[in-house]
Design a protein around this ligand. Structure first.
Ligand code: BGC
Length: 333
């Protein structure tokens, strides 16, 4: 065999051995290769709901939102919280319209005024999108259910509390959120009915705060100037009592002027502890939000729900606040 043939054979054999080894090596790799473990993709949500409040950053509505979000998390719902930054009825209506146009599975909102909300709610329902009213009902609309305070009754309770606390003698000024909103009207009407047979109770004037603490304070200030005989205030929405209390403290009139407000926001409870606000009407905003989401799911899934669900309402005074640990317990619901 020539030298050339020996070299060629040797290369051939080496090449063969290397090829075989590589084939065995990569073959083994392919067989024993582990595919990457599939990353856990978050479960897609079952439904998409929108909660439209009258004022996004209002502390009261943040409580409704947190209840709704807790239920949404539990039941696999994507919950959007969207609406006017500051109370504005046109923006509120527009947000409902836009939510309907984007074909969400359900809308939770207030039924603020019959004139504007009822036709819109009816149109949305006709388009096949379920609507539940929360906090404020549009009882004459086709909304599928309402969950929230019995607003007339809560106003009635406020009137009875004022009679008890003032021994039936008071010249009252009312500051209400807005004149046009159904629930504010009902809270005023309930109050008027509760005091109407009391000869010593006189309603002197009624003003609106436009859902603003600053405006509530301005109105309270003006009312005291215009009517020095006023010695009691009734604030019918969450920020009214706070605005009134600021003015009462400014003039150091805590002893002479009785104040009853609405809701249990942290500031309201502080004024109760200090004796400036004497009583407040308790609502359940967290529960409203939570149960509204659950009701919407039940409706979509064909279960029977009550058309009107009233959450608890009652009067709270300083004696009802626990001595310690009260902030956390009472401030959040
Ligand atoms: C009412 C809400 C309102 C809020 C305003 C609450 O008492 O229930 O409807 O938006 O006050 O601060």
């Amino acid at each position: 065999m020539s030298r050339f043939s020996v070299v060629a054979y040797t290369f051939g054999i080496l090449f063969f051995i290397v090829s075989c080894s590589m084939a065995v090596f990569y073959g083994y790799k392919v067989v024993t290769h582990h595919l990457p473990v599939e990353k856990k993709v978050p479960e897609p949500y079952k439904y998409h709901f929108v909660l439209v409040p009258e004022e996004l950053d209002n502390e009261y509505w943040r409580l409704v939102e947190s209840g709704a979000k807790a239920a949404a998390k539990k039941y696999g719902v994507l919950l959007e919280y969207s609406g006017p930054k500051q109370a504005n009825i046109d923006d509120h209506l527009k947000t409902i319209e836009m939510s309907a146009a984007s074909k969400v599975d359900g809308i939770l909102t207030q039924g603020l005024s019959d004139e504007q909300f009822t036709p819109l709610i009816n149109r949305v329902i006709a388009d096949g999108i379920p609507v539940i009213t929360v906090d404020t009902d549009a009882a004459n609309s086709l909304r599928l259910a309402y969950i929230g305070t019995d607003n007339y009754y809560s106003g009635f309770l406020a009137g009875k509390a004022l009679i008890t606390d003032t021994n039936g003698r008071a010249n009252v000024a009312i500051i209400t959120g807005t004149f046009y909103a159904n629930h504010q009207q009902q809270r005023v009407k309930g109050f008027q009915d509760a005091v109407k047979d009391e000869p010593g109770i006189h309603i002197i004037d009624i003003q609106q705060s436009e859902i603003s603490t600053v405006k509530a304070a301005e109105k309270a200030n003006q009312l005291l100037k215009d009517h020095p005989e006023i010695n009691a205030f009734y604030g019918t929405s969450a920020l009214d009592g706070i605005g009134i209390a600021q003015v009462i403290e400014k003039y150091k009139k805590q002893r002479e002027v009785y104040v009853i407000g609405f809701d249990t926001l942290p500031e309201t409870l502080d004024y109760i502890r200090r004796g400036t606000i004497k009583a407040t009407v308790v609502q359940q905003p967290y529960e409203m939000g939570y149960r509204a989401v659950k009701m919407m799911i039940d409706i979509i899934e064909g279960k029977t729900v009550s058309q009107v669900v009233h959450t608890e309402t009652r009067i709270m005074r300083i004696g009802d606040l626990p001595v310690s640990g009260m902030r956390n317990k009472e401030d959040n619901h």
